[in-house]
Design a binder for this molecule. Structure first.
Ligand SMILES: C[S@@+](CC[C@H](N)C(=O)[O-])C[C@H]1O[C@@H](n2cnc3c(N)ncnc32)[C@H](O)[C@@H]1O
Length: 223
């Protein structure tokens, strides 16, 4: 049975925090609970931080958790959409949102000098956007906390990478990570289960195409 280890060792939050490096100003966009900012401030990994969320209710959870840092003047809080109102930060975290939403935030805002993104879906779209903007992707990996998650760490400038189709779909480091085999097996199983149901010929063809792609990557035929 799958074990959910949210917040525990090897969990999603510690896996994200492990990728966050020392910076002057850290921003956590879509902070919700604020655990990652707590990690940065508590461990002296940033001088100052900004937390933001589009939802005032979500932001208030982080404000309650981090009230001591607010009174010390080390933390500002802003209820806003994406990066609007966040100001300039050296390192920006956007975690737990869709890849499409993350791309929208970057398009409407800016690509931060350093970033850690943990998209919940559509990671491929996010990779393609970052590469098209010349970002240097330093780590593009997979981890598991019950479910599988992709995590992308990099910098706005200095990118020269040409990703293959498989790298674009799953991340360059993910493909070298033993977890990818388990991820692909799971994804293949989901598609096979969907294919057992009635559906239009168009949907079936699309799913078969996806399944063949997954199997091709799995056996190493598609790089
Ligand atoms: C699933 S939570 C993730 C929270 C935390 N970042 C994490 O990884 O655990 C997503 C948060 O993003 C916020 N959010 C969604 N779209 C947003 C946007 N465009 N700008 C700012 N916050 C957003 C939601 O209100 C919610 O609190």
């Amino acid at each position: 049975m799958r074990q959910k280890t949210f917040g525990g060792a090897g969990g999603r939050i510690p896996s994200i925090c492990a990728r966050l490096e020392r910076c002057a100003v850290f921003a956590d966009v879509g902070c919700d609970h604020g655990y990652c900012t707590q990690y940065m401030l508590k461990n002296g990994l940033c001088d100052r931080a900004v937390i933001s969320d589009i939802s005032a209710k979500s932001l208030s959870k982080a404000q309650a958790l981090l009230s001591g840092y607010i009174s010390q003047g080390r933390l500002s809080c802003v209820c806003c959409d994406g990066l609007a109102g966040v100001g300039n930060a050296d390192l920006v975290l956007i975690a737990g949102m869709g890849g499409e939403e993350t791309v929208k935030i970057l398009r409407e805002g800016y690509i931060p000098p350093s970033f850690v993104f943990q998209p919940m879906r559509n990671a491929e779209m996010l990779r393609a956007y970052l590469l098209s903007k010349g970002c240097a992707i330093e780590e593009d990996n997979i981890f598991r906390d019950g479910k599988f998650y992709f995590i992308i760490k990099g910098r706005a400038r200095g990118g020269t990478a040409n990703y293959s189709a498989a790298e674009l779909a799953f991340g360059r480091d993910s493909l070298k990570n033993p977890l990818i085999k388990e991820f692909l097996t799971e994804e293949e199983g989901k598609i096979e289960a969907w294919l057992a149901r009635p559906m239009s010929g168009e949907s079936r063809a699309e799913l078969i195409g996806r399944l063949n792609f997954l199997k091709g990557v799995h056996c190493g035929e598609i790089k």
